[in-house]
Design a protein. Sequence first.
Lengths: 365, 601
Amino acid sequence: MPTINLDAISKQYGPQAMAVENLDLHVESGDFMCLLGPSGCGKTTILRMIAGLEHLSQGRLSIGDTPVDDPARGRFVSPEKRGLGLVFQSYALWPHMSVERNIDFGLRLQKFSERERRARTGEVMEKLGIADYAKRYPSQLSGGQQQRVALARMMVLKPQVLLLDEPLSNLDASLRLEMRAELKRLHQAFDTTIVFVTHDQWEAMTLATNIAVMSKGQLQQVGSPDDIYARPANRFVAEFIGNPPINQIEAASRLGARLNRHTAARSIGIRPEDIHLARTGDAGTLIAQVESVMPTGGSWVLELNIDGQALQLSTQRRPDVRAGDTAHCHIHPQHLHLFDGDGRRLDSAEASSATPFNTPYMHAV
Amino acid sequence: MAEWTRTAYPQRWGVPLSLKHPATLLGLGLLALFGYLILAPVVSILLDAVHVNFGDAGRIGSPQGSLTLNYLQRVFTSPVSHRLFWQPLLNTLLVSLAAMSIAMLIGGVMAWLLSRTDLWGRGWFSTALIVPFMLPTWTFALAWTTLFKNRSTGGQPGWLESMGIESPDWLAYGALPMILILALHYIPLVILLFGNALRRFDAQLEDSARILGASRSTVAFRIVLPLMRPALMSAMVLILADALGEFAVPYILGLPVQFDTLSTSLFRALSSRQTGVASVLAGAIMVLGCITLSIDLYLMREARRFVTLGGKGAMQRRRPLGAWRLPATLLAAALLFIGVVLPLGTLFFSTIMHIPGRFEAANFTFDYWIGRDLSTVALNNGILLTPEFWSAAWNSLRIVGSASVCAGLLGLLVGYVVTRSPWRWLSSALRQLTFMPYLVPGIAFAAATLSLFAVERGPIPALYGTSAILMLALIADQMPFASRAGISAMTQLGKEPEEAAQIVGAGWWRRMASIIVPIQKGALVVGIVLPFISGIKGVSLFIILAVPATDVLTTYSLRLIDYNYTQAANAVVLMIALLTWGGTVLTQKLTKTGLAQGLEN
């Protein structure tokens, strides 16, 4: 199984349109790498460059030890010779071929014997649960079935690298859950390196072994799902990941000034689940006005106002407050994310070593 | 070429890699081909307009091939310019504008009745009323002469005349019949384009205005009409552009009373060997075409502001006509009678009558179809037993058929290049080049083709009198439609099915053969059959380029008219009508797409 190396790659569509800028990414063999970012951030472009459907403008792309796209040396390996699999967002099934023929097409091109073809198509259709639809045409299939065919069409060639472009975005909620479990299982069963593009953070968090967060053509952070959630490298990553989103407080605001323990910090992030309701006020608590209580099924989101700052709190336990109440909250300094003027994360070691909030001012509200 | 393409596409040995993209190579090939088929004839004829032509050296007093303004002066300022250009120009504009206005008015009302009201037999009428558009324009012209022809010209008299009613010249020939006939021909186009726009109109837009308290008339004039403007304007311009180049109707109804339009004036100049003058006239017609089309392009850009129109809120509600239901239905029926039943009926009856307009049992005969040894000077057999008819029919099928197949395939390839080529200038150059013949009315384009291919140039032998020149001109003439069909089909398909094939290892030829062409089968059929229909009923290209050896149905029937074999001529026209109508119905059955969609693309 090859690794995929992207060295300082750029993609430019016009004089002003930089789709991807000077990006380094290393996908380990056997990885389930997820490219995550809002639409238009260049993640699909990267996928298409790996597949060879787009050319690099600058940089170097290699799969395993082979450089497949290196404009400086004039090297380009065309997509049909890269031996990858790519599942399109729209599935792109060939409407004039039956399911069987769709899956069989690649094997025919590689001149496999009739018997081998039958065996492999049958096996992959069995595995993906589409054997019953072999004779049908794509237009006669549901979205989920089409998605499986698109997947089968690639899996049958046993590619060592499988690229997936938002494969779940056209499915309804329950199918999406089912296919997600399926993808995770396939990754283990087929033993492939998978690069997966999505704008859905939940999908990324649950599926990936590694996540690369992108914004405006630039890589923001690469890391494991837990790492990215717990230690966002900058404000963008902190705000993009998490639902309900992280609370951002300007360091210069009243509340910000009370929480901040770092001179370089310009903004402070607190995840909604890191604000805790307290039964009674004590030295470390903040006093909050409860604006509203929203049940979301299994958890609750509270809108709070602390020092004129709107904050969201989420909890798994039924809160015993109602809109209009005054409540007490805890915020542990360890859970604060501090960012400097450029939005970069400040080392939290300094922040956590700072003194807890026990100044008399806390009670003055 | 833009700077960025070079950065986006790396170079190898100084050659951009994008050049190796199959779409680029194919595109360059197509560019060369259409440069030769489309651009070269046009340039050639424009050059002819300002250079001394063969045979004029003595009269103009400078050697053949030198620059001259003689032809321009002759057409625009000389004493004969009035007859050559200015009067025909006025006539052309009069006929086109009047025909367009009538067609818009009647067609607009009919479109509204058919799509928005509870007219009786709506579905049936909306099919039947389209029929005139499938018939060649001169079907009506011939029907008209069959009815109203008078003693101003020789040959058999019209029915009116035979019944003893004097038919005045203004009724039999000239502006009035031409306007009425062209209007009848274009009404279906308005019904199609305007009716489609009305049907796609999102009812929610109307509802929201009503909820805000707008009255029915306010809604009609403030909401519906402004949103319909692009569709209306587009129909107007399409009609105008088409009417400017109309040849057959003025040829049949105008020439006998010297009512010339630009196209007949051009035809006269060509047949009297004044090629210089003909070139200037062709140039003038092209300029008119360009003006109309640039108006259309401007309007289409305007129309893009209304793209949200194609919402899913279809207009299901129909307005009850109440007491007007019967009169409105009668109106539709009357239009059907005048536009379809009367002309086709007249033509058919004329072919089975010895003496026109005499409805007696003894006067009826099928001799003109299947008779033998008739007592005529020539054409002693019925038309279906005449070898010339079958050879003309075979020529029509052969020449138009192969040209349409070529045009359809080329159109798909143009669509492929336009949607795939990494070089944007190449796509837009191809798109504009293939659209160019649309600016050039058929008769002018035929003259242009003649000017380029009639003599030997380099490795290309003189093609005049061969079927090759007809095919080349036909292919070029059909490219606007074929390439538009190809581009829209390829745009709808998107890149992904092809890319998926590329990922699983298919090379370019394989992708074309196994993916692109099979998927586009339906579009290809439309791209071939619709040009075929318009080619079969077309006159203007053939009248210039065909010689007796390459006689096709249209030129054959026009010659029969010239020799006053009225019944035979009408029979041939009926056969052409049958062919085009059958072709259209077949396309619709095959592809399940309406004619309307085809026209709009």
